[in-house]
Every structure is written in structure tokens, then in C-alpha cells.
Design a protein around this ligand. Structure first.
Ligand code: ADP
Length: 458
């Protein structure tokens, strides 16, 4: 509360106002000759003194109120009491302070609530899995969530949208939405990245009335993976059909020859029957592998629970394939550790893995070479390697070997009775066992396929 010369004049005015009715009355009486000058002064002073007292008292109280209100704005009035000599006076100081405290509490609660809601909204915005951008006038990015920053590999996003996306169709849609022409749009476009990414952009305008500040929400949905899966499915069906069509065509041709020109040619019969037998075996092998693959894929997420003694399993696989090895003039050598190697797994599926790997090693190994199956233990995992002495595989093929129907040499694989699905099956089984498949190879020397499996605990 201000003090100084201004206050003095205000006080004088207050006293004058207080004594003015009495002054007027006395003036009237004086005119009628009823009051002497001395009485006149005495009476005026008698009123002026209480007026001065009232004025000073009120001023003190008002100053106290002002001081306590200042403090009450930051702390409760209960903490403010007693320090400013606020005795019960002319003004209801405490009531005023209590009302103010209540207002302060309500305001504080409202502020806290607003802050909490803002924090919640910001958190939700950041937790959205898809990139979301809030655009203002002139394609300006006003807000972006964490997924958007990850998507564009930046720490902060701001400025014009064209810094990040330049696709004409999308920019046209943004401009149209800003003009209030298209309020909901879906545009597909490609974003150039390390690998180009196929994206669907959903544009929603929040503009409600003409000339209102336009806010546009742009949500991006990465379609790259689903497109890739779609393409893989299409390729898979095309490949499977192609693989089946070839032996089927040979069978049809052989049958036509047998019932037609070679009907009475017994020597040709034998040749064609052998050919038909080879092709039906190939078809049935292909169908078995396809069924196996789909069965493994269905169970891939459920980890097997059995305990498998790998030495026993590998000895079984070697015994099973030894006849084939002898036929090919090759040998299989087992290099097993002294201690038991027990993994948590599915015996039949792991047998399938090592049958495929040893069979490949025999198929693609050089003449009269040896296939080594070596087991070592490293920490909590077993390393099971199938090593051949073959032509090896060039580096560029290694990462693609486990793709379905991927072959380094199509003709050779088919001639050897391969379906092109063996390593895909191996990869899925190993992944179901929470293991890893590592392939290393040196052209001209040979290849090594290592399956790493966690050892069983307990
Ligand atoms: P396939 O039935 O054709 O053998 P796989 O899925 O088992 O199919 O193997 C895929 C391809 O990987 C084979 O066609 C072959 O080109 C290559 N491959 C697999 N194992 C070996 C190996 N031990 N040595 C050389 N190449 C191999």
C-alpha cells in the first residue's frame, strides 16, 4: 500500500468529508447567532479527532491485509497469523484471507490437474507406435512423437514438412486439407532411406470452422514389412507351383509316351518307369518338406520342453546316413566331447536338422571326402558343427541360403534330389529351440554349418 504526500492529502480529504456535515450545521447555527467561534472550533475538533483515528486505524489494517494477502498467495493464512499485528479491527481481515486461501487452493488444484493431463497426453502421444506429426499453417511441423523421430532418424523435428517428406501427392493432400477441401485422406508413397520404405500416410484435418487455425494430423504407417511378407507369399506359391510343375510335366510326358508310341517297347517301359519313380519321389519329398515347414512354423513360438542327449542323436543320424555315405564313397566322422551334452529340445526336430545338414554335406562334398560332425561346449551352449570338404559357397550366397527355394546351383541341387527347402526347415527348427545357425564357407575348401543351442539346465 502506497504512503507519502498522497496519503496525507487523502487523509485530509477523509477528515474534511467526515466533519463537513457538522461544519455545515454549525455554519447554519452560526448564521442564526447560536454558536460562538470558540464552540465552533471545539465541535469541529471533536469530530475531526475520531475521524483521524478511524482513518489511521483503517489504513493500518489495510496495510496488514495487503501484506498478508501477498503472503497468503504463497502460503496458508494459518502460517501468516500473528506477525503483522492484525488484531480484530474494523475490517474482516481473516475472512478475506480465508476466502483468498480457498481460491488459491482451487487454482492450484486446477493447475495441477491441467499439468497432469498435459503430461498424460504427451506420454500417450510419445507411446504411439506409429509416427505422428501435427502440422500447422504452411506445412509447419508443430509437434511430433518419438516414433516419428525414430522413423526419420533425428533427435528433433521441426520446420517445414518438406525437410522430411517431399512426395508430391502427400504435399498436395496437406495443402488441400489446410484449405479445408479434403478432411480425411490416405496416400501411399515411398520414403527413400537406406532401404526404400513403403509408407501409408493418413491425413486428418482438425479444422472445424472457416478461417480457424488449421491443425492437421499426419500418421505414417510403415508398410514395408507387410509388403515384403506379401511378396514372399506370392513368391513362395509361385516357387512351390513351379517346383511341382516340372516333375508333373515329366510324369505326364512319360505316361503319354507309355500309352502312345512306346506302348509295346519293353526297354522303353523300364526307362520311363524309372524316370517316373524318380519324379514321384521328388514330388513326394517336396510335399513332405512343405508340410514339415508349415508344421514347424505353426509351432515356432512354443519352445520345446524335452531333454535331448545330442551324442545319442548325432550317432543315430550318422548311422542313418552311413549307407548313403558309403554309396557316395564318403565317410562320416563324429567328434564328440567326453561329457554329456544335453539340450532342451524336440528329438525328432533336431534329428531333422542334423539329417538335413549331414545329407547336404554328403551331397555337396567332394568325391571321397569326409564329413565331420563336431560338438563343443562354450559356456552355457552347445556348438554342433557339420563340416564338409566341398566346393564351398561364395560369400554373396551365405545370407540367402536359408530362404525357401534358394539354391546356389539349381540344376545341381535338383539332380541331387534337393528341394531347396532343407536349410529353411533347419533355420525354423533352430529358431524354435532359441538357438542360432551360423554358416561359414571357403570356396574351394568346404563349408561349416554350426548350430548353437543352449544347454539344458538342472
Ligand atoms: P537343397 O535341397 O537344394 O539342398 P537346402 O535348403 O538344403 O536345399 O540348401 C540350399 C542350397 O544351399 C543348396 O541348393 C546348395 O546350393 C547350398 N548348400 C547347402 N549345403 C551346402 C553345402 N554343405 N555345401 C555347399 N552348398 C550347400
Amino acid at each position: 500500500m502506497s504512503s507519502g504526500p498522497g496519503n496525507f492529502w487523502r487523509m485530509l480529504l477523509f477528515i474534511l468529508l467526515m466533519i463537513s456535515p457538522l461544519g455545515l450545521l454549525l455554519l447554519l447555527l452560526d448564521l442564526q447567532g447560536g454558536v460562538g467561534a470558540k464552540d465552533y472550533a471545539l465541535l469541529l475538533a471533536a469530530v475531526a479527532m475520531p475521524a483521524l483515528f478511524v482513518y489511521l486505524r483503517m489504513m493500518r489494517e489495510l496495510r496488514t491485509v495487503a501484506r498478508r494477502m501477498e503472503r497468503a498467495a504463497v502460503m496458508s493464512p494459518l502460517d501468516v497469523t500473528g506477525t503483522d499485528g492484525a488484531r480484530a479491527g474494523l475490517l474482516p481481515v481473516d475472512n478475506l484471507l480465508l476466502a483468498m486461501e480457498q481460491y488459491r487452493r482451487v487454482l492450484q488444484h486446477m493447475l495441477r490437474e491441467t499439468q497432469r493431463r498435459q503430461d498424460e497426453t504427451a506420454l500417450l502421444f510419445d507411446l504411439l507406435p506409429d509416427p505422428v506429426l501435427v502440422l500447422g499453417r504452411g506445412r509447419q511441423i508443430n509437434r511430433s512423437n518419438a516414433a516419428a523421430k525414430r522413423f526419420f532418424h533425428v533427435e528433433e523435428m521441426g520446420g517445414e514438412l518438406t525437410r522430411f517428406i517431399r512426395h508430391p501427392a502427400l504435399l498436395k493432400a496437406v495443402d488441400a486439407a489446410e484449405e479445408g477441401q479434403a478432411l480425411h485422406e490416405r496416400i501411399e508413397f515411398t520414403v527413400s532411406d537406406v532401404v526404400p520404405r513403403h509408407v501409408a500416410g493418413y491425413l486428418v484435418s482438425l479444422k472445424e470452422e472457416e478461417n480457424a487455425e488449421a491443425d492437421l494430423i499426419l500418421t505414417l504407417h510403415d508398410l514395408t514389412e507387410s509388403r515384403r511378407m506379401q511378396q514372399m507369399r506370392v513368391d513362395f506359391i509361385a516357387n512351390a507351383s513351379h517346383e511341382l510343375r516340372t516333375p508333373l510335366a515329366i510324369l505326364v510326358g512319360a505316361l503319354e509316351t507309355l500309352v502312345g508310341p512306346a506302348r509295346n517297347d519293353l526297354a522303353a517301359h523300364e526307362r520311363f518307369f524309372t524316370m517316373m519313380q524318380t519324379q514321384t519321389t521328388r514330388m513326394s519329398q517336396l510335399v513332405n518338406d512343405l508340410l514339415s515347414l508349415s508344421q514347424i512354423e505353426i509351432n515356432e513360438h512354443s519352445r520345446p520342453t524335452g531333454r535331448v542327449d545330442m551324442a545319442r542323436l548325432l550317432t543315430g543320424v550318422a548311422d542313418l546316413l552311413r549307407a548313403k555315405a558309403v554309396k557316395l564313397e564318403k565317410s562320416i566322422r563324429l567328434d564328440l566331447p567326453e561329457r554329456d551334452v544335453i539340450v532342451t529340445g524336440d528329438f525328432d526336430q533336431l534329428t531333422q536338422v542334423f539329417t538335413n545338414l549331414v545329407d547336404n554335406a554328403l551331397k555337396y562334398g567332394r568325391e571321397k571326402s569326409e564329413v565331420t560332425v563336431r560338438v563343443t561346449i562354450s559356456g552355457q551352449e552347445a556348438r554342433l558343427s557339420v563340416i564338409d570338404e566341398g566346393e564351398g559357397i561364395a560369400e554373396e550366397h551365405l545370407s540367402r541360403l536359408t530362404e525357401r527355394f534358394y539354391r546356389v546351383d539349381n540344376d545341381r541341387s535338383r539332380k541331387l534330389g534337393g528341394t531347396g527347402l532343407g536349410l529353411a526347415i533347419v533355420k525354423h527348427i533352430v529358431s524354435r529351440h532359441r538357438g542360432q545357425l551360423e554358416i561359414s564357407s571357403t570356396v574351394g575348401k568346404g563349408s561349416c554349418f554350426t548350430v548353437r543351442l543352449p544347454l539344458a539346465t538342472g
